[in-house]
Design a protein around this ligand. Structure first.
Ligand code: NAG
Length: 419
Protein backbone atom coordinates (compact mmCIF):
# COMPACT_ATOMS: atom_id res chain seq x y z
CA UNK A 1 0.00 0.00 0.00
CA UNK A 2 2.64 2.36 1.08
CA UNK A 3 4.81 1.48 -1.89
CA UNK A 4 1.94 1.95 -4.36
CA UNK A 5 0.97 5.20 -2.81
CA UNK A 6 4.50 6.53 -2.97
CA UNK A 7 4.99 5.38 -6.56
CA UNK A 8 1.77 7.13 -7.51
CA UNK A 9 3.09 10.22 -5.81
CA UNK A 10 6.38 9.97 -7.68
CA UNK A 11 4.47 9.49 -10.93
CA UNK A 12 2.29 12.53 -10.41
CA UNK A 13 5.27 14.54 -9.23
CA UNK A 14 7.00 13.70 -12.51
CA UNK A 15 3.93 14.76 -14.45
CA UNK A 16 3.79 18.04 -12.56
CA UNK A 17 7.48 18.55 -13.26
CA UNK A 18 6.97 17.94 -16.98
CA UNK A 19 4.01 20.35 -17.03
CA UNK A 20 6.03 22.99 -15.26
CA UNK A 21 8.91 22.55 -17.71
CA UNK A 22 6.55 22.88 -20.67
CA UNK A 23 4.94 25.96 -19.14
CA UNK A 24 8.38 27.40 -18.45
CA UNK A 25 9.44 26.72 -22.02
CA UNK A 26 6.30 28.44 -23.34
CA UNK A 27 6.91 31.44 -21.11
CA UNK A 28 10.55 31.71 -22.16
CA UNK A 29 9.57 31.38 -25.83
CA UNK A 30 6.98 34.10 -25.38
CA UNK A 31 9.52 36.26 -23.58
CA UNK A 32 12.11 35.87 -26.34
CA UNK A 33 9.51 36.50 -28.97
CA UNK A 34 8.28 39.58 -27.19
CA UNK A 35 11.76 41.03 -26.93
CA UNK A 36 12.34 40.73 -30.66
CA UNK A 37 8.96 41.71 -32.07
CA UNK A 38 7.84 44.31 -29.60
CA UNK A 39 11.08 46.25 -29.65
CA UNK A 40 10.54 49.96 -29.61
CA UNK A 41 6.81 49.64 -29.92
CA UNK A 42 6.83 52.16 -27.07
CA UNK A 43 7.47 54.63 -29.80
CA UNK A 44 5.57 53.60 -32.88
CA UNK A 45 3.24 51.01 -31.41
CA UNK A 46 3.73 48.80 -34.44
CA UNK A 47 2.37 45.46 -33.40
CA UNK A 48 1.30 43.32 -36.29
CA UNK A 49 -2.31 42.29 -35.87
CA UNK A 50 -1.35 38.67 -36.36
CA UNK A 51 0.96 38.89 -33.37
CA UNK A 52 0.59 36.12 -30.87
CA UNK A 53 -0.68 37.71 -27.73
CA UNK A 54 0.54 37.28 -24.23
CA UNK A 55 0.61 33.72 -23.07
CA UNK A 56 -1.29 34.13 -19.85
CA UNK A 57 -3.92 36.54 -21.04
CA UNK A 58 -4.78 34.63 -24.17
CA UNK A 59 -5.40 31.55 -22.12
CA UNK A 60 -7.71 33.47 -19.83
CA UNK A 61 -9.55 35.23 -22.62
CA UNK A 62 -10.09 32.04 -24.57
CA UNK A 63 -11.41 30.31 -21.53
CA UNK A 64 -13.75 33.16 -20.77
CA UNK A 65 -15.06 33.26 -24.30
CA UNK A 66 -15.47 29.52 -24.42
CA UNK A 67 -17.22 29.48 -21.07
CA UNK A 68 -19.48 32.30 -22.09
CA UNK A 69 -20.43 30.49 -25.26
CA UNK A 70 -20.84 27.21 -23.42
CA UNK A 71 -23.18 28.77 -20.93
CA UNK A 72 -25.17 30.25 -23.79
CA UNK A 73 -24.27 33.75 -22.61
CA UNK A 74 -23.72 36.52 -25.08
CA UNK A 75 -20.00 37.14 -25.46
CA UNK A 76 -19.31 40.22 -23.39
CA UNK A 77 -16.01 41.97 -23.84
CA UNK A 78 -15.24 44.13 -20.86
CA UNK A 79 -14.89 47.04 -23.29
CA UNK A 80 -12.21 48.34 -20.98
CA UNK A 81 -10.52 49.70 -24.11
CA UNK A 82 -13.54 51.49 -25.63
CA UNK A 83 -14.01 55.26 -25.86
CA UNK A 84 -16.59 56.65 -23.45
CA UNK A 85 -19.43 58.91 -24.55
CA UNK A 86 -19.33 62.48 -23.35
CA UNK A 87 -20.09 66.02 -24.39
CA UNK A 88 -17.95 67.62 -27.09
CA UNK A 89 -15.95 70.46 -25.61
CA UNK A 90 -14.73 73.60 -27.29
CA UNK A 91 -10.93 73.31 -27.32
CA UNK A 92 -8.75 76.29 -28.11
CA UNK A 93 -5.23 75.68 -29.38
CA UNK A 94 -2.62 77.79 -27.59
CA UNK A 95 1.12 78.22 -28.20
CA UNK A 96 3.01 74.97 -28.59
CA UNK A 97 5.71 74.18 -26.01
CA UNK A 98 9.36 74.81 -27.00
CA UNK A 99 9.90 71.03 -27.18
CA UNK A 100 7.62 68.00 -27.49
CA UNK A 101 7.84 65.78 -24.42
CA UNK A 102 6.66 62.38 -23.29
CA UNK A 103 6.68 61.10 -19.71
CA UNK A 104 7.78 64.47 -18.39
CA UNK A 105 6.32 66.06 -15.28
CA UNK A 106 4.45 69.24 -14.45
CA UNK A 107 3.65 71.25 -11.35
CA UNK A 108 1.36 74.29 -11.26
CA UNK A 109 2.13 77.11 -8.84
CA UNK A 110 -0.43 79.89 -9.17
CA UNK A 111 -0.38 81.12 -12.80
CA UNK A 112 2.78 79.20 -13.72
CA UNK A 113 2.99 75.65 -15.03
CA UNK A 114 6.52 74.27 -14.53
CA UNK A 115 7.10 71.53 -17.12
CA UNK A 116 10.05 69.21 -16.52
CA UNK A 117 12.17 66.70 -18.39
CA UNK A 118 10.62 63.99 -20.60
CA UNK A 119 11.65 62.16 -23.75
CA UNK A 120 11.98 64.23 -26.92
CA UNK A 121 12.39 61.05 -28.93
CA UNK A 122 12.92 57.54 -27.63
CA UNK A 123 16.68 58.17 -27.94
CA UNK A 124 16.82 61.66 -26.46
CA UNK A 125 15.69 63.08 -23.14
CA UNK A 126 15.29 66.64 -21.91
CA UNK A 127 17.17 67.91 -18.87
CA UNK A 128 15.52 71.30 -18.47
CA UNK A 129 12.38 73.07 -17.29
CA UNK A 130 10.00 75.14 -19.45
CA UNK A 131 7.39 77.42 -17.90
CA UNK A 132 3.94 78.25 -19.24
CA UNK A 133 2.34 81.45 -17.96
CA UNK A 134 -1.46 81.20 -17.73
CA UNK A 135 -1.80 84.99 -17.40
CA UNK A 136 -0.34 85.87 -20.79
CA UNK A 137 -0.44 82.37 -22.31
CA UNK A 138 3.24 82.27 -23.26
CA UNK A 139 6.12 79.84 -22.80
CA UNK A 140 9.45 80.95 -21.39
CA UNK A 141 11.82 80.89 -18.43
CA UNK A 142 13.77 77.82 -19.49
CA UNK A 143 16.37 76.61 -16.97
CA UNK A 144 18.44 73.47 -16.48
CA UNK A 145 17.86 70.51 -14.19
CA UNK A 146 20.78 69.01 -12.20
CA UNK A 147 22.79 66.59 -14.33
CA UNK A 148 22.11 63.72 -11.91
CA UNK A 149 18.34 64.18 -11.99
CA UNK A 150 16.14 61.60 -13.72
CA UNK A 151 14.70 62.53 -17.12
CA UNK A 152 11.32 60.84 -17.05
CA UNK A 153 8.90 58.94 -14.82
CA UNK A 154 9.65 61.19 -11.85
CA UNK A 155 7.68 61.53 -8.66
CA UNK A 156 6.93 65.22 -8.09
CA UNK A 157 4.91 67.45 -5.76
CA UNK A 158 4.93 71.04 -4.48
CA UNK A 159 4.11 72.85 -1.25
CA UNK A 160 3.42 76.03 -3.22
CA UNK A 161 7.03 77.22 -3.48
CA UNK A 162 9.36 74.21 -3.30
CA UNK A 163 9.04 71.37 -5.81
CA UNK A 164 10.18 67.96 -4.55
CA UNK A 165 11.55 65.69 -7.30
CA UNK A 166 11.85 62.03 -6.37
CA UNK A 167 13.71 59.25 -8.20
CA UNK A 168 12.62 58.43 -11.82
CA UNK A 169 14.20 57.00 -14.97
CA UNK A 170 17.70 58.21 -15.82
CA UNK A 171 18.43 58.38 -19.56
CA UNK A 172 16.58 57.46 -22.77
CA UNK A 173 15.04 54.21 -24.08
CA UNK A 174 14.22 51.85 -21.21
CA UNK A 175 16.99 52.53 -18.75
CA UNK A 176 16.25 52.01 -15.09
CA UNK A 177 15.50 54.49 -12.33
CA UNK A 178 17.85 56.43 -10.04
CA UNK A 179 17.28 56.98 -6.32
CA UNK A 180 18.54 60.60 -6.56
CA UNK A 181 16.08 63.06 -5.11
CA UNK A 182 16.03 66.85 -5.31
CA UNK A 183 14.17 69.95 -4.28
CA UNK A 184 13.75 73.09 -6.38
CA UNK A 185 13.12 76.52 -4.92
CA UNK A 186 10.92 78.03 -7.63
CA UNK A 187 11.63 81.55 -6.40
CA UNK A 188 15.45 81.41 -6.55
CA UNK A 189 15.59 78.55 -9.13
CA UNK A 190 18.13 76.81 -6.86
CA UNK A 191 18.30 73.02 -6.62
CA UNK A 192 19.28 71.11 -3.49
CA UNK A 193 19.78 67.40 -2.78
CA UNK A 194 17.38 65.42 -0.61
CA UNK A 195 18.15 62.05 0.99
CA UNK A 196 17.90 59.44 -1.78
CA UNK A 197 15.00 56.97 -1.70
CA UNK A 198 16.05 53.69 0.00
CA UNK A 199 15.90 52.08 -3.48
CA UNK A 200 15.18 53.58 -6.91
CA UNK A 201 11.62 53.56 -8.18
CA UNK A 202 10.15 54.08 -11.62
CA UNK A 203 7.09 56.38 -11.82
CA UNK A 204 6.11 56.07 -8.13
CA UNK A 205 3.02 57.72 -6.66
CA UNK A 206 4.30 60.83 -4.89
CA UNK A 207 2.66 63.51 -2.77
CA UNK A 208 2.98 65.74 0.30
CA UNK A 209 0.75 64.81 3.21
CA UNK A 210 0.81 66.12 6.77
CA UNK A 211 4.23 67.74 6.27
CA UNK A 212 5.77 64.56 4.93
CA UNK A 213 6.84 63.66 1.44
CA UNK A 214 5.16 60.32 0.60
CA UNK A 215 6.43 57.98 -2.13
CA UNK A 216 4.82 54.60 -2.86
CA UNK A 217 4.28 51.98 -5.54
CA UNK A 218 5.90 52.49 -8.92
CA UNK A 219 7.99 49.78 -10.58
CA UNK A 220 11.25 48.34 -9.30
CA UNK A 221 14.60 48.80 -11.05
CA UNK A 222 13.67 46.65 -14.04
CA UNK A 223 10.77 49.04 -14.83
CA UNK A 224 8.32 46.15 -14.84
CA UNK A 225 7.99 44.56 -11.40
CA UNK A 226 5.51 46.46 -9.21
CA UNK A 227 6.85 47.75 -5.90
CA UNK A 228 4.45 47.91 -2.94
CA UNK A 229 6.72 49.84 -0.60
CA UNK A 230 5.72 53.20 0.77
CA UNK A 231 8.12 55.66 2.38
CA UNK A 232 7.86 59.12 3.84
CA UNK A 233 10.25 61.92 4.77
CA UNK A 234 9.50 64.96 6.94
CA UNK A 235 10.17 68.17 5.00
CA UNK A 236 9.68 71.85 5.66
CA UNK A 237 10.31 74.77 3.32
CA UNK A 238 12.42 72.66 0.99
CA UNK A 239 14.56 71.16 3.77
CA UNK A 240 14.54 67.55 4.93
CA UNK A 241 13.92 67.30 8.69
CA UNK A 242 15.18 63.72 8.78
CA UNK A 243 18.23 61.94 7.38
CA UNK A 244 16.39 58.85 6.20
CA UNK A 245 13.08 57.85 4.70
CA UNK A 246 10.65 56.09 7.02
CA UNK A 247 8.67 52.98 6.04
CA UNK A 248 4.90 53.44 5.89
CA UNK A 249 1.97 51.13 5.27
CA UNK A 250 2.54 49.45 1.87
CA UNK A 251 0.05 50.14 -0.88
CA UNK A 252 -2.23 47.16 -1.70
CA UNK A 253 -1.24 47.21 -5.36
CA UNK A 254 2.05 48.52 -6.73
CA UNK A 255 2.94 49.75 -10.18
CA UNK A 256 3.65 52.98 -12.07
CA UNK A 257 1.73 55.83 -13.72
CA UNK A 258 -0.91 56.68 -11.12
CA UNK A 259 -2.36 59.96 -10.00
CA UNK A 260 -1.50 60.62 -6.33
CA UNK A 261 -3.43 63.52 -4.82
CA UNK A 262 -4.14 64.94 -1.37
CA UNK A 263 -7.48 66.68 -0.99
CA UNK A 264 -8.95 67.76 2.34
CA UNK A 265 -6.31 65.83 4.31
CA UNK A 266 -7.00 62.55 2.51
CA UNK A 267 -4.49 60.83 0.26
CA UNK A 268 -5.84 59.30 -2.99
CA UNK A 269 -4.01 56.97 -5.38
CA UNK A 270 -5.87 56.52 -8.66
CA UNK A 271 -5.55 54.20 -11.67
CA UNK A 272 -2.15 53.04 -12.92
CA UNK A 273 -0.88 49.70 -14.08
CA UNK A 274 1.24 46.69 -13.29
CA UNK A 275 4.10 46.00 -15.72
CA UNK A 276 5.75 48.23 -18.31
CA UNK A 277 8.27 48.15 -21.14
CA UNK A 278 11.66 46.76 -20.14
CA UNK A 279 15.15 47.03 -21.56
CA UNK A 280 15.85 44.22 -24.00
CA UNK A 281 18.28 41.85 -22.23
CA UNK A 282 21.86 42.61 -23.28
CA UNK A 283 20.97 45.66 -25.35
CA UNK A 284 23.76 48.24 -25.00
CA UNK A 285 21.26 51.07 -25.51
CA UNK A 286 18.66 49.50 -23.17
CA UNK A 287 16.30 49.22 -26.11
CA UNK A 288 12.68 49.21 -25.02
CA UNK A 289 10.74 46.03 -25.50
CA UNK A 290 7.12 45.60 -24.63
CA UNK A 291 5.97 43.48 -21.74
CA UNK A 292 2.63 42.48 -20.36
CA UNK A 293 0.75 45.37 -18.76
CA UNK A 294 -2.51 45.36 -16.85
CA UNK A 295 -4.26 48.70 -16.35
CA UNK A 296 -6.48 49.36 -13.35
CA UNK A 297 -9.56 51.37 -12.33
CA UNK A 298 -8.36 51.39 -8.70
CA UNK A 299 -9.05 54.20 -6.30
CA UNK A 300 -7.26 53.83 -2.95
CA UNK A 301 -7.51 56.28 -0.07
CA UNK A 302 -5.63 56.85 3.18
CA UNK A 303 -7.09 58.91 6.02
CA UNK A 304 -6.70 59.22 9.80
CA UNK A 305 -6.99 55.48 10.26
CA UNK A 306 -3.85 54.92 8.15
CA UNK A 307 -5.47 51.92 6.48
CA UNK A 308 -6.01 51.76 2.72
CA UNK A 309 -9.67 52.07 1.75
CA UNK A 310 -11.05 51.18 -1.66
CA UNK A 311 -13.33 53.79 -3.26
CA UNK A 312 -15.59 53.56 -6.34
CA UNK A 313 -13.51 52.63 -9.41
CA UNK A 314 -12.85 54.83 -12.45
CA UNK A 315 -15.26 54.52 -15.43
CA UNK A 316 -12.57 52.51 -17.22
CA UNK A 317 -8.97 51.49 -16.52
CA UNK A 318 -6.64 54.49 -16.75
CA UNK A 319 -2.86 54.81 -16.52
CA UNK A 320 -0.17 57.39 -17.40
CA UNK A 321 -2.03 60.06 -15.44
CA UNK A 322 0.56 61.10 -12.83
CA UNK A 323 0.49 64.75 -13.90
CA UNK A 324 -2.79 64.67 -15.85
CA UNK A 325 -5.06 65.93 -13.07
CA UNK A 326 -6.29 69.03 -11.28
CA UNK A 327 -8.51 69.50 -8.24
CA UNK A 328 -11.40 71.93 -8.75
CA UNK A 329 -14.34 72.47 -6.37
CA UNK A 330 -13.71 69.25 -4.44
CA UNK A 331 -13.57 67.22 -7.65
CA UNK A 332 -10.55 65.48 -9.14
CA UNK A 333 -10.44 66.05 -12.90
CA UNK A 334 -8.29 63.68 -14.99
CA UNK A 335 -7.33 64.26 -18.64
CA UNK A 336 -6.64 61.37 -21.06
CA UNK A 337 -4.40 58.39 -20.24
CA UNK A 338 -4.11 54.81 -21.41
CA UNK A 339 -6.50 51.95 -20.86
CA UNK A 340 -6.45 48.20 -21.44
CA UNK A 341 -4.90 47.06 -24.70
CA UNK A 342 -7.25 46.24 -27.56
CA UNK A 343 -8.40 42.62 -27.16
CA UNK A 344 -7.85 41.76 -30.82
CA UNK A 345 -5.06 43.98 -32.12
CA UNK A 346 -3.25 43.90 -28.73
CA UNK A 347 -2.23 47.49 -29.36
CA UNK A 348 -1.96 50.00 -26.57
CA UNK A 349 -5.16 52.09 -26.38
CA UNK A 350 -5.23 55.77 -25.40
CA UNK A 351 -8.06 57.55 -23.59
CA UNK A 352 -9.77 60.60 -25.10
CA UNK A 353 -11.92 61.78 -22.23
CA UNK A 354 -11.83 64.20 -19.33
CA UNK A 355 -13.27 62.43 -16.28
CA UNK A 356 -14.38 63.83 -12.93
CA UNK A 357 -14.36 62.22 -9.48
CA UNK A 358 -16.72 64.20 -7.28
CA UNK A 359 -15.40 63.86 -3.73
CA UNK A 360 -18.72 65.04 -2.25
CA UNK A 361 -20.64 62.15 -3.81
CA UNK A 362 -17.75 59.75 -4.64
CA UNK A 363 -19.18 59.48 -8.16
CA UNK A 364 -17.23 59.34 -11.43
CA UNK A 365 -18.54 60.97 -14.61
CA UNK A 366 -17.30 62.02 -18.04
CA UNK A 367 -16.87 65.78 -18.31
CA UNK A 368 -16.24 65.75 -22.06
CA UNK A 369 -14.12 64.64 -24.98
CA UNK A 370 -10.55 65.74 -25.74
CA UNK A 371 -9.46 66.99 -29.20
CA UNK A 372 -7.79 63.56 -29.52
CA UNK A 373 -6.79 60.65 -27.32
CA UNK A 374 -3.59 61.40 -25.42
CA UNK A 375 -1.45 59.96 -22.60
CA UNK A 376 0.99 61.33 -20.00
CA UNK A 377 -0.41 64.74 -20.61
CA UNK A 378 0.50 67.65 -18.29
CA UNK A 379 -2.47 69.54 -16.90
CA UNK A 380 -3.24 72.87 -15.25
CA UNK A 381 -6.31 74.92 -14.27
CA UNK A 382 -6.51 78.71 -14.23
CA UNK A 383 -9.38 81.20 -14.22
CA UNK A 384 -11.97 78.60 -15.21
CA UNK A 385 -9.83 77.16 -18.02
CA UNK A 386 -8.61 73.56 -18.08
CA UNK A 387 -5.25 73.30 -19.90
CA UNK A 388 -3.28 70.33 -21.14
CA UNK A 389 0.05 70.04 -22.96
CA UNK A 390 2.58 67.35 -24.00
CA UNK A 391 2.29 63.59 -24.08
CA UNK A 392 1.66 61.17 -26.89
CA UNK A 393 -1.46 61.31 -29.04
CA UNK A 394 -3.38 58.74 -31.05
CA UNK A 395 -2.76 57.73 -34.66
CA UNK A 396 -6.16 58.91 -35.89
CA UNK A 397 -9.79 59.13 -34.76
CA UNK A 398 -10.15 55.52 -35.92
CA UNK A 399 -6.94 54.25 -34.34
CA UNK A 400 -6.51 54.80 -30.60
CA UNK A 401 -2.93 53.51 -30.45
CA UNK A 402 -0.11 55.94 -29.59
CA UNK A 403 1.85 57.77 -32.28
CA UNK A 404 3.11 61.35 -32.15
CA UNK A 405 4.86 62.93 -29.16
CA UNK A 406 3.40 66.40 -28.83
CA UNK A 407 4.16 69.81 -27.35
CA UNK A 408 0.78 71.30 -28.17
CA UNK A 409 -1.09 73.26 -25.52
CA UNK A 410 -4.89 73.27 -25.48
CA UNK A 411 -7.53 74.76 -23.21
CA UNK A 412 -11.27 74.59 -22.66
CA UNK A 413 -13.69 76.23 -20.23
CA UNK A 414 -14.17 73.61 -17.53
CA UNK A 415 -17.74 72.81 -16.63
CA UNK A 416 -18.04 70.24 -13.88
CA UNK A 417 -20.90 67.78 -13.55
CA UNK A 418 -23.23 68.24 -10.59
CA UNK A 419 -23.39 64.55 -9.74
C1 NAG B 1 -16.72 76.02 -8.72
O1 NAG B 1 -17.61 76.59 -7.78
C2 NAG B 1 -17.83 77.98 -7.94
C3 NAG B 1 -18.70 78.46 -6.79
O2 NAG B 1 -19.85 77.68 -6.66
C4 NAG B 1 -18.48 78.24 -9.30
O3 NAG B 1 -18.68 79.61 -9.49
C5 NAG B 1 -17.58 77.69 -10.39
O4 NAG B 1 -18.19 77.81 -11.66
C6 NAG B 1 -17.23 76.22 -10.15
N1 NAG B 1 -16.24 75.81 -11.09
C7 NAG B 1 -16.42 74.87 -12.01
C8 NAG B 1 -15.31 74.59 -12.94
O5 NAG B 1 -17.46 74.24 -12.10
Amino acid sequence: MVRVASSVKVGSAKLVLICISLLGFALIADFLWASSSYSSSLWNSQHSSSSPSNFILVTNNNNNNKNNKKNGKKRVLAAAYADLNGPQLNWEKMLTAPVPRLDGAAIQINHLLFVFAGYGTIDTVHSHVDIYNFNDNTWGGRFDMPKEMAHSHLGMVTDGRYIYVVTGQYGPQCRGPTAHTFVLDTVTKQWEDLPPLPVPRYAPATTLWRDRLHVMGGSKENRHTPGLEHWSLAVKDGKPLEKEWRSEIPIPRGGPHRACIVVDDRLYVIGGQEGDFMAKPGSPIFKCSRREEVVYTDVYMLDDEMKWKVLPPMPKPNSHIEFAWVVVNNSIVIVGGTTEKHPETKKMVLNGEVVQFNLNTLKWSVVGKLPYRVKTTLVGFWNGWLYFTSGQRDKSPDDPSPKKVIGEMWRTKLKLNNI
